[in-house]
Design a protein around this ligand. Sequence first.
Ligand SMILES: *Cc1c(COP(=O)(O)O)cnc(C)c1O
Length: 655
Amino acid sequence: MEVETKAKLNNQRETQNRSAAWTIEDSERLYHIAGWGEPYFSINAAGNITVTPSGDRGGSLDLYELIVSLKKRNIALPVLIRFPDILADRIDRLHGCMNKAIARYNYPGTYQGVFPIKCNQHKHLVESIVKFGKSYKFGLEAGSKPELAIALASLEPKSQSLLICNGHKDREYIETALLATRLGHDPIVVVEQLEELNLIIDVSAKLGIDPKLGLRAKLSTKGSGRWGNSTGDRAKFGLTIPQILTAVRTLETAGMLNCLQLLHFHLGSQISSISTIKDAIREASQIYVQLAKSGAKMKYLDVGGGLAVDYNGSKTDLAASKNYNMQNYANDIVAEVKEACEEKEVAAPVLISESGRAIAAHQSVLIFDVLSTDDVPRLPPEPIEAKEHLIIRNLWETYRALEADNCQESYHDAIQFKEEAISLFSFGYLNLTELARAEQLYWAICSKITDLIGSPLAEQSRDYLPDDLKDLEQIMASIYYVNFSVFKSAPDAWAIDQMFPIVPIHRLNSQPDKKGILADLTCDSDGKIDRFIDLRGTKSVLELHRANPTQQPYYLGMFLVGAYQEIMGNLHNLFGNTNVVHVKMTPKGYEIEYLLQGDTIKEVLSRVQYDAKDLVEIVRCLTERALREKQITLEESQLLLQNYDRSLSSYTYIL
Ligand SMILES: *Cc1c(COP(=O)(O)O)cnc(C)c1O
């Protein structure tokens, strides 16, 4: 006994020492913050995440303190924080890189990008983009009629910003796009399907407007990764080479070949490998020069989207990363296009890109709190009694003999013994207490193995771990119940296994002593996050701190969620939009520039055709009936009605 207590004390002391030695640099390495966060996110001396929205050109704020002050303002979690200064910085950066490349290669043309609205359609965001992009003549790209409606009302007439009109088009779309020229806009209608061409020729003749036209090419360069099949012969979008030639002839016959000014392609989103981008630009440049030679008044080459975001910070061609930076991307586009045009003596085009993800991802951070945690039992087993069942003695022996170099074998034995115990139980040879003993020993073995295979920082060792022991890490993981819905706030994490960096926004000066997975609020087993960023790909558990949320809140941030997540999020389990705040830096600190209250229960119910007043009335009638039948007291009925009524006006998340 005494020996054991001593060992325990030693152990405790060791943990404390380790904890004391833990620095913010350790956290920085553990969560790869510089990799995905630079220059916007880092850790300050207090161990909190700091946000530096304009990079090294501006001030910073403490994200944890911001959350504390938002809570004092009665803004509940989960909350999505947008940093418009980050958005401005992304736009500046993109233009900086393109212009630097243009200068470096002496490119005779210019760059004039557009923002694809589908990436994030929210009004304040689109307005900010238009505002920040004005001096660059940064335009908008619409992929549908509703997005065209946004673009028409958002761009400033005569600003010379482009309005790229992509997507399926009917007569109404085309008429609206063409008439937009009368308002002083500069729309370019991109033909994605041959059928659209006849419609465009017809509308143009009727309105007497010569449109600027583009063709979307279906490149043979295969994109890679998740969206890889946005190109290739059977891709959903664009014209094949024979179709492009047909389009040229059709325009020629209609006397409109001079309207054809743009070539467009889009490789898909999050292109991780620079070689794919290079191949595509090379192929598209050749099509461009050929079109120019064929008599079209070619002026623009639109390279679409695809500029990737390094979600895991590994700078590799893993799906969650990219093996190039924005400057490499700009250089390759400019250099390849220049070379192709020079060789064929064609005037260099105005370069257009449609980067969505790379512009919008960084500016949004979702902050949510941990509601509770659930650990697997880690109690050391009580010593064995001689007369216990053989299976229990076997488990005990496995536990006792367990050492670093027999982990794998012991683990297999433990699994086998546990399964045997369950079947013995099923046939009536073990009683409930004995089965409980067996399970307890099994967990004790698992937890001893986990302790033996290393601390959170022993990442090296993970490389050499056999797969089954890696599974063990996940089996032993704590479950952190968190206050948000994956389906609402990070739908791509569920739908396509996309990864977003997730990091505690405070306590980073102490060692995260647990490994966990996140379980969201929905009653859906898919509503969890159990894949996390890792330099080598993914890891199945996240290092987290011991949390006791009833005493001290524990806040996590999910970063880089500004692209696609908000609009793709759904109402599963009727968790609605989260609160959104825009935080703008000021010379003296920051201000909450804008608050968008999240949905109330009433609001999400109305989306599924329930009227709050009707519901209250129905429940009131039910209480009256229960009163008549003496099933409820008047006080109880009032309490019920008040709660019911109040909750309809409250947030859909846990308060
Ligand atoms: C989705 C899309 C984009 C944006 O792609 P990102 O990878 O977000 O930059 C650009 N152009 C078109 C045609 C698209 O469909």
